[in-house]
Design a protein around this ligand. Structure first.
Ligand code: GTP
Ligand code: SPV
Ligand code: MN
Length: 593
């Protein structure tokens, strides 16, 4: 046996002893194993079979009602130096953290099977992929990991070859919020998560490994681990350009990654290819471009709002081999959520539906499904080299101020756009919804180290020989005084991507403004779009007073990172603040072409 497998065996034995596991099961990742786990969960009530006539091999899982989202206040980054975790993370000293959480794990698997889940994040033969092993006592987690990662024998073989893996220890514990922690030890490539069975808290390959631990490794090794979708946009000439886009949780990544072009654009020949919907690992290639892979193999997507109008590609993949979590049920056992036609009979907690209880599906209810089921899944979705990125997009949920789209002047300005991102909070994390907060690069909950160092790392990619993507900011969520969205969103967002790619190719026009370059209405393809001219003006306007206040807020935010903040970022903030303070210059149009 190689030393890496010996180390893995020793760790499994130690954990089995400490947790007093009743049994140990090494997962091989086969369909038979998955089917057996599902059958067992049907027997225990951990899964409920859905209507086999409409949703074959689909299942519903109902979480504990107090365990329905990520818990940022219980999520820690435990580095030796507090400043390495930074003001953007909760911190605990590693020794204290281990002691605290190990005490919770003591004896916690007494009547449970301990599952050993070897997994690979990224195509199994990709040089950019990384492996991990999750130990868990939740068969629901195992089933989800099989859909979300390359799990089982092949991953174990790669671990044996490479001799390196991320260790993740998970137990649902008592599902008691008072006995719940999600702890990361980046210096030890270790994760320990106790007391939650939900998504990002429990499927440790996802946010814990592929973002928090990976972002730490990426900084040391010169790459990027980001909360980004990856989408290929094929133009009518048959050329495909790839875009990576960071939006905070529940702000539109899944939807953008698989959008269906509006009718007119579809007729002209535009196509959209999904590479990933949540996480992107990028690395400079020999040609100086950034090459990206999706480390995941499946989607853990937000159910509410997913409909034939908004995301027909998602709906089409959800009628077989899908696990649903916390959705409602129709009378004939079909999954249901707000946005779908028909009527719910039972809410997400299994109670007869009563509107007085609130929405029938939990606002953070989700589907887990293999990416291969996505009708728009890219032929390069499993390419071990990844895909070259032409544009990076940052977007938040901003009711006011932020225009539909802005192009950064250069890389440093783009990094500031990302760092300054604000967004109204959503149901993806426990806590208040709709509160504006800074969520730099959509990584506030996921960056495994000090944001000041992270911004510096981003800036460092601008170096001789680099052929970097252009950076843009978008906002699909502007609202009018009547509280309605000004922009139709969803498929029509392709119109904005067309402009973005036109800017990359130098074929689309723009107007220069103090906050960056904006399209004029004539620069956008609005063919067949029913949008009110006043709404369009509002979407493309720069409210100088509002932006002066915004830049002051951004300055305060940057100050919160103290002396570690890169001076270059501060200089960008000063440059834009100064441009906004200058007397209004006439808007200067940039010629296209
Ligand atoms: P995570 O999986 O939490 O990281 O979220 P995500 O960024 O993938 O978000 P997702 O695409 O699942 O969208 C979340 C919610 O935003 C859903 O309810 C969507 O219907 C809604 N949404 C997505 N795109 C748009 C858009 O262009 N306009 C509007 N108004 N809503 C949108
Ligand atoms: C998010 O919250 O950004 C998600 C869902 O993608 S979870 O896996 O629960 O983190
Ligand atoms: Mn996410």
């Amino acid at each position: 046996m190689t030393s890496s497998l010996a180390a893995l065996n020793r760790w499994v034995e130690d954990v089995a002893r400490h947790t007093q596991a009743a049994e140990v099961h090494w997962c091989d990742g086969t369909q038979q194993e998955y089917d057996a786990l599902v059958a067992q969960m049907h027997a225990t009530g951990g899964l409920i079979a859905l209507n086999p006539a409409t949703h074959s091999r689909c299942h519903l899982h109902r979480s504990h009602p107090g365990d329905v989202a990520r818990v940022e206040h219980l999520t820690y980054v435990c580095t030796r130096e507090r400043d390495d975790a930074g003001p953007n993370n909760h911190w605990m000293a590693p020794d204290a953290a281990h002691a605290k959480i190990d005490a919770l794990f003591a004896g916690c698997m007494k009547d449970r099977t301990l599952y050993v889940v070897p997994y690979c994040m990224g195509p199994i033969d990709s040089p950019l992929a990384r492996c991990g092993v999750e130990i868990t006592d939740s068969p629901y987690v195992v089933a989800n990991m099989r859909l979300m990662t390359r799990m089982g024998a092949q991953a174990l073989a790669r671990i044996e070859r490479e001799g390196r893996f991320v260790k993740g220890l998970h137990s649902i514990g008592e599902l008691d919020p008072e006995r719940r922690f999600i702890m990361h030890f980046p210096e030890e490539l270790t994760i320990k998560s106790y007391g939650s069975g939900y998504g990002g808290n429990a499927l440790l390959g996802k946010k814990c490994h592929a973002l928090r631990i990976a972002s730490w490794q990426a900084r040391q090794e010169g790459w990027l681990a980001e909360h980004m979708l990856i989408v290929g946009i094929e133009n009518p000439q048959g050329q495909t350009h790839y875009v990576a886009a960071a939006f905070p949780s529940a702000c539109g990544k899944t939807n953008l990654s698989m959008l269906i072009p509006p009718e007119g654009m579809r007729r002209k020949g535009w196509k959209v290819w999904t590479v990933g919907d949540d996480i992107c690992w990028m690395q400079p290639g020999a040609d100086g471009r950034l090459w990206a892979i999706n480390p995941e193999a499946g989607f853990f997507g937000v159910a509410p709002g997913t409909s034939a109008r908004t995301n027909a590609n998602a709906l089409a993949m959800l009628d077989h081999d899908t696990i649903f979590t916390n959705v409602a049920l129709t009378a004939d056992g079909q999954p249901w959520w707000e946005g779908l036609p028909g009527e719910p009979a039972f809410d997400w907690q299994g109670r007869p539906h009563d509107a007085a209880h609130g929405p029938a599906a939990h606002p953070n209810s989700r589907f887990t499904v293999s990416a291969r089921q996505c009708p728009s899944f890219s032929p390069h979705g499993e390419n071990p080299q990844g895909v070259p990125i032409s544009a990076i997009v940052f977007g938040g949920r901003r009711e006011h101020l932020v225009p539909l789209v802005v192009e950064a002047h250069d890389w440093a300005h783009g990094v500031l756009l990302g760092a300054a991102m604000g967004s109204e909070t959503t149901a993806a994390a426990a806590g208040a919804v709709g509160v504006l907060r800074r969520d730099s690069m959509a990584m506030k909950p996921f960056c495994g180290y000090n944001f000041a160092d992270y911004f510096a790392h981003w800036l460092s990619f601008d170096r001789p020989g680099a052929r970097l993507p252009k950076i843009f900011q978008v906002n699909w969520f502007r609202k009018g005084t009547d509280g309605r969205f000004l922009w139709p969103g969803f498929g029509d967002n392709l119109r904005v991507l067309e402009w973005i790619l036109g800017r990359c190719e130098n074929t689309a026009g723009a107007a220069e403004t103090p906050i960056g370059r904006l399209p004029r209405p004539q620069d956008l393809d609005l063919d067949g779009l029913a949008v009110d001219p006043a709404a369009l003006n509002a979407l493309l306007a720069v409210d100088r007073d509002g932006w002066r206040a915004e830049l002051a807020g951004i300055g305060e935010y940057l100050d919160s990172y103290g002396a570690r903040l890169p001076a270059r970022l501060r200089a960008e903030q000063h440059r834009i603040a100064a441009a906004l303070a200058a007397p209004t210059a006439p808007v200067r149009a940039l010629a296209s072409g």
